[in-house]
Design a binder for this molecule. Structure first.
Ligand code: HAM
Length: 419
């Protein structure tokens, strides 16, 4: 009896073929752009202690409350598949004493993340983000540089119809006074609010700005705005970020209702959306998190960064796949005896050691089938190993030459250099 076919879990997918190739393009562009701006690659573990996210991302967020894949190890420790990358990067900054390095420390990543969400187009349970974090400076130039880099990456990946929304959430101190005002407003209008918003008035009143519920939206129309309650330093910081973006000709809209789904943000916040995406329109977002490193047990350290969804960039973008590497030499066998196969295998590896991209038939094809395969791969040279001699064909210039097998690599290299 045949077993039922197994499938990848809901909300996950395989990356292969052209998808793998466009992703390679994205990775190469991100690396070139970010490393030229002084960002170093970082790769953190796929799972972390659950506490990192409950403390870092925040107990009141949807991510921590309902979207984490959490498991217990044999020793009873609670572990969580990373739902985002900022808290892990800050954990690594503290763990490796990176505050002793020259600041800001700039790190970038392209990694997979996990959220237990309702899967649909553009929203998955395992997805990839490209992200960049700069720790150790509160200079508004770092905010502007970070935003300009994501603007450029999206432009290079030809993401269409992009909108950049920008706001400031103020420092933790100026925000606490505002939170009280907002709570008062919400309490005064409690009857019109969505159940979920009402339940979170004390825990996370700002999230009410994100609600789709019509009654809540009406209440939020008349709610006090955080941007009107920032202190002088925060206002100056925000003005400087905007002036630098203007100087770099980056278009944005100031949106005082912009709140993000993670608790660590302070001061600058931003989000890129693309109308090319439909319902899941967020391509990328980020902001400052000046209290996060300290919250994770490190020294007081400001930070700013962003992450953009790889699948969403590719869905909304129009970037060509990376061209496959050309095959320079194809080794074909005229005959099936073991000795000829061994000689072919030795030639294949001699060619690769000499730096040529080389392939040989591994599927037991006839000579005709092998030549067809070489043709399909676009192989420039084909070496046919026969009884006693090898024939080297030049598929572009035409013509062929008989030679001892051990001369083939040399002959291909010489012809290559003559071109
Ligand atoms: P986030 O807004 O939660 O921010 O996620 C950033 C991006 O990841 C989103 O704009 C979206 O493109 C993509 N994304 C999120 N969830 C999914 C999903 N389920 N399926 C597909 N794509 C998704 C953060 O994660 C912050 N760590 C960003 C940050 C970095 N802030 C400061 N530094």
């Amino acid at each position: 009896m045949s077993e039922s076919k197994l499938k990848a879990p809901r909300g996950t997918f395989d990356v292969l073929g052209e998808q793998a190739s466009v992703r390679a393009t994205l990775e190469a562009r991100a690396r070139a752009l970010l490393e030229a701006a002084g960002y170093e690659r970082i790769e953190t573990p796929v799972f972390e202690s659950t506490e990192l996210f409950s403390r870092g991302v925040g107990e009141s967020t949807d991510i921590v409350r309902k979207e984490m894949f959490t498991l217990e190890d044999a020793g009873g420790r609670s572990l969580t598949l990373r739902p985002e990358g900022t808290a892990p990067v800050c954990r690594a900054y503290v763990e490796h004493g990176m505050h002793k390095r020259r600041q800001p420390v700039k790190l970038w990543y392209l990694s997979s993340f996990f959220r237990h969400e309702r899967a649909q187009a553009g929203r998955y349970r395992q997805f990839w983000q490209v992200g960049a974090e700069a720790l150790g400076s509160e200079d508004p130039a770092v905010d502007a540089e970070s935003i300009v880099l994501l603007t450029r990456l999206l432009a290079e990946m030809r993401v269409g119809e992009v909108r950049l929304r920008l706001s400031s959430l103020g420092s933790l101190a100026s925000r606490s006074e505002y939170r009280e005002r907002l709570k008062q407003h919400l309490r005064a209008n409690e009857a019109s609010l969505a159940e979920e918003v009402r339940a979170r008035i004390d825990l996370n009143p700002l999230r009410a700005f994100d609600s789709d519920h019509p009654g809540t939206r009406a209440v939020m129309e008349s709610a006090p705005r955080l941007l009107d309650h920032l202190d002088a330093e925060d206002l100056e910081h925000f003005a400087e970020v905007r002036a630098m973006l203007d100087g770099a000709s980056v278009g944005y809209e100031v949106d005082p209702t912009l709140v993000r789904g993670l608790d660590y943000y302070t001061r600058t916040v931003f989000e890129f959306t693309s109308d090319a995406l439909g319902a899941q329109s967020g391509v990328g977002g980020g902001g400052r998190y000046d209290g996060l490193v300290e919250q994770l047990g490190g020294p007081p350290t400001p930070g700013i960064g962003w992450a953009a969804g790889v699948e969403r960039i590719l869905l909304a973008g129009d970037s060509p796949p990376a061209a496959p590497a050309p095959v320079e030499l194809f080794v074909a066998l005229d005959g099936t005896d073991a000795e000829a196969r061994r000689a072919g295998f030795a030639l294949l590896h001699e060619a690769r050691s000499a730096g040529l991209s080389a392939q040989m038939d591994l599927g037991g094809r006839s000579l005709k089938g092998q030549l067809g395969h070489a043709n399909g791969l676009g192989a420039r040279y084909v070496a046919v190993l026969g009884d006693g001699e090898t024939i080297l064909r030049d598929t572009q210039a035409g013509g062929q030459e008989a030679m001892p097998t051990e001369r083939v690599v040399h002959a291909v290299l010489r012809r290559h250099h003559d071109l």
